[in-house]
Every structure is written in C-alpha cells, then in structure tokens.
Design a protein around this ligand. Structure first.
Ligand code: AMP
Ligand code: ZN
Length: 486
C-alpha cells in the first residue's frame, strides 16, 4: 500500500496515516443542518471529503464513512432558537417537513455533483435516547450540571485536568471573552459552558422528554454520540469545514474525553472555505450562490450556465486546505480545462500502439500517486493529468509513442484518477452541453430579433413560447435578450 500523509489539524502537521485497524478506516464528517438549501460553499466541503473517501477506497481501504444530518439542536447565531424550529414556524410547516424538504434537496444536489453516499447517514432526532445516555455519563463523571431543566458542560472543571482548546489552540480566557457576548442572559455557571440539553421554551416545537425537562439536545452532542455509536470511542478521521473547528469540534473532543476518557479522533481534517468577492460564502450574509443557479446560469455573478462536473472540477483545482474564491472568470477557465481533459479522454480509443515507448508511464503514474499521497493534493494531480493530455495529443500526431502494455496502463491510470478518484463525469447532452445549447439559443434569439424587426409577431412569439415550453426563458432587456435554462 502507498504511504499516505494527512495534515492533522490537531498537531498542525502532515503525518503518515496509520489507521487503528490495518486496512480499515473509520471516518466521520459533519453533515448539513437541513433548514435551507445547501449553497456552493457547503458543497465544496462535501466534495473535499468525497475526494478523500474516494481516494481511500481507491487505495483499497474498507471505509466506514459516517456523515450525519443535523435535524435538531443547531441554534441560531444568537443562541436563542433552534434553526429548524424557527424555519418551521416561519414557513408554517412541521419541523419534520422542513427536515424532509431540505434533506431531499441536499441528496439531489450531491448526486448531481457525483458524490458517493456515505455508509451511514444518521440523524440527530434518531439518536435522542443515546444523547440522553451520554449526558447522564458526563454528569456521573462530574463534568456537567443541571440548572432549570437545562444541562451544561462544565468547561472550567474539564479544563482543570484536560485541555479545552487542544484543537482550536484557543486559550480558555479567549473562549470566555467570546461566549460572554453570545450568552449574556443565560443561566449557566460560566459563560463558556455549552449546553448538552436545553429546556424548550413554549415557542419551541421540537421537544422530547428527558430526566431534566421537556427539551432538545445540544448540537455538539449529536456528533459525539453518533460517531461513537457507529465508529467506536476512538476512530481514524473526523472532518468538516474550517469554521466548525471551534466551538463544534472542540466541544466534541471535550464531550468524548469526559465520557470515555480517551481522545476520540486520531486525524482531524478541516476543509477551507469557498469565498466570493473575498468573503466567506454564507447564506446568512447573502454572499452565496446556489448549485441550481450554477446549472441554469441564473445568478448575477455568472454569465452562463455550468455543469456540475465543471463546478466539481473547479473546486478540485484547489487543494482542500486552501481558500478558493468563486468568480465567473475562474469557473470559465475551469470549464476550458475540463473540456480539454475530456477531449483527450475521447482520443484514447483512437491511439495506436508502437514497438517502443518514448514516455515513461511508470514515473508519471507514481507522480499522480505522490500528489494524492501528499495530503490529497488534487491540484498537483490535475497538473499531471494535463501532462498526460499533452502526451495523448503528441501520440495522436505521431510525435510520442507507447507500447501496448504501456498504453493500457496509461489509459487505466488516467481513467482511475479522472473518474474514480476525482469523481468527474463525462458531459451529457442537455444539462452539460451548455456551450452548444447556448450557441443554439443565441441563433434562435437572433432569428427572433429579425422577426421582430419585420414585425412578424407570430414568429417572434412562437420562438419565445416554444423555448419556454422547453424550460428556456428569454428575457428582453436594455442590453438585448438574455436567457435562463430551468
Ligand atoms: P452547516 O449546514 O452550516 O452546518 O454547514 C455544512 C458544512 O458546510 C460544514 O462543514 C461547514 O463548515 C461547511 N461550510 C459552510 N460554509 C462554507 C463555505 N463558504 N465554504 C466551504 N464550506 C462551508
Ligand atoms: Zn458535527
């Protein structure tokens, strides 16, 4: 097996990956809070871990990949309300209708981006009993206390023997500063204590019985409970976006230590953020773009539609630990690169074999593996794939040659990395052939313009209506006619 190095956020170092059990990997990734549509930033994080999952599978590890669905307990930024309950009240729906709606959307979107399904996708509401049990254990161990029906984790007491801040490298004094602002009116002993169980106010619709009150579990707790249940008290990899490092993952470590007296995770992995105009993509600030807007081109930040595969390729052209800024120019450049790669793949069956090889396939193959073994460095891998694109074109022109064995190996490695590891898909007619579709619609717009100039309203309306029936909407504006594809 190849030696794989992973950047561990706990030690801030690249480390050789040694799983707890040879040949097996347990991996937990924090899933979405299903109260709204996922934006492209969320998708980036899930694609990053899909790449990691795919590469581990490619290396023949048996991976149990657990990615949860947060369907209760995630509080709003001011800590006053549960995000799902709030949305349910606003939309006049049952909380579980909100959960169902956005879980279905999440699955649909990830499928479009060709993500593999995790092995287990547990929900917080499906594990209330286990969460109550874990709270009991932490209380028995003297590290949680109840006040007015809510249970809080005693961070200061925990920090006497353990290190609260081991992952985020924050000092507890800073945590005190930060939490004081958010939790001004709370009844807990210390402002940095976080809730394990919250008593439900009268307006809170998601609620369960517990020994302390009718209420709901804290957000951090679900990931500790579900990762322990399905992967054990200690497992290999825990992932999520960089923004979850503190407090979410810090609290997960504290809860596990308090409960099981063992560090839960050997390798903590954090994906970096997708930004737009230099700022984190985020639903709440409005600085976001939805996947469906990418597929239709219906967003002011882009000039045309892009396929899911192109958007996936765009993301993989950056290392998962680097910030990636989204812009029309950047994704347009990715589309060109993606097309070049796919055109080269189309040439593969046409390449003829020779008696001698002028290109060293073995060395090139090792470079591809070295890139991925170096903390899943997809941009470096992609640069080697482009080296292969050049070679394919040179073989086609008779300027390089490969023997039958080498050509077979070359094709296999290319396909393994492009389709299995990077998870790219060949463009399909319709959704993905956006360039050609745009070209055809532009021709029709021009014909419609002529019809309008000739006052042939019947023809002009026919073109508009028939395009609309196909889901292509024309919009007449000062600058001319534009269109969106639904
Ligand atoms: P949430 O549904 O808010 O819990 O977020 C789901 C995942 O998306 C988490 O792992 C977040 O860290 C991640 N995430 C949120 N915003 C971004 C962003 N702009 N770029 C990359 N990942 C993000
Ligand atoms: Zn989590």
């Amino acid at each position: 097996m190849q030696e794989l190095k992973i950047y561990n956020s706990l030690t801030n170092k690249k480390e050789v990956f040694t799983p707890l059990q040879e040949g097996y990997v347990g991996m937990y990734v924090c899933g979405p809070t299903v109260y709204s549509n996922v934006h492209l930033g969320n998708v980036r994080t899930f694609i990053s871990f899909d790449l990691i999952y795919r590469y581990l599978l490619h290396l023949d590890y048996k991976v149990r990949y657990v990615r949860n669905i947060t369907d209760a307990g995630h509080l709003t930024d001011d800590n006053s309300e549960d995000k799902i309950s709030t949305k349910a009240r606003l939309e006049k729906l049952e909380p579980m209708e909100i959960v169902q709606k956005y879980t279905v959307d999440f699955h649909k979107i990830l499928q479009k981006f060709n993500l593999l399904s995790p092995s287990i996708e547990p929900t917080a509401t499906g594990h209330i009993l286990e969460q109550i049990e874990t709270i009991n254990t932490i209380m028995d161990n003297g590290l949680a206390y109840e006040i007015n029906g809510s249970v809080y984790f005693d961070v200061l007491k925990y920090n006497e023997k353990e290190n609260y801040g081991i992952l985020s490298k924050r000092k507890i004094e800073d945590a005190i500063e930060n939490t004081r602002v958010l939790d001004g009116q709370s009844d807990k002993k210390n402002p940095q204590d976080f809730s394990l169980w919250k008593k439900a106010g009268p307006e809170h619709i998601q609620r369960w019985n517990s020994p302390w009150s009718v209420g709901f579990p804290g957000w951090h707790l679900e990931c500790t409970v579900m990762s322990t249940k399905y992967l054990g008290e200690q497992f290999d990899i825990h992932g999520g976006g960089m923004d979850l490092k503190f407090p979410h993952h810090e609290c997960e470590i504290a809860q596990s230590q308090a409960c099981n007296h063992i560090a839960p995770v050997n390798y903590w992995m954090h994906g970096n953020m997708l930004t737009m105009n230099g700022k984190k993509m985020s639903k709440s600030t409005g600085n976001s773009i939805l996947p469906n807007e990418i597929f239709t081109g219906d967003n002011e930040h882009i000039t045309k539609a892009y396929s899911a595969s192109v958007a996936r390729f765009f993301m993989l052209q950056a290392h998962y630990r680097s910030i990636l800024d989204f812009s029309n120019d950047a994704i347009l450049a990715s589309e060109k690169g993606y097309n070049r790669l796919m055109e080269a793949i189309d040439l593969l069956p046409k390449l003829t074999i020779s008696d001698t090889s002028t290109f060293n396939v073995k060395t090139w193959k090792q470079k591809c593996y070295d890139a991925m073994n170096d903390d899943f460095n997809s941009p470096v891998l992609i640069s080697h794939l482009f080296e292969a694109v050049k070679i394919i074109n040179l073989i086609k022109d008779g300027k390089e040659s490969l023997t039958q064995t080498d050509l077979q190996e070359f094709k296999k490695v290319l396909k393994d990395f492009i389709f299995d590891v990077l998870g790219l898909e060949k463009t399909e007619v319709g959704e993905n052939n956006s360039d050609k579709l745009s070209g055809v619609v532009e021709i029709l717009i021009e014909m419609r313009n002529h019809a309008r100039a000739d006052k042939d309203w019947a023809l002009s309306d026919k073109i508009r209506d028939e395009l609309l029936a196909l889901g292509i909407q024309l919009k007449d504006g000062k600058e001319g006619t534009s269109f969106t594809v639904n």
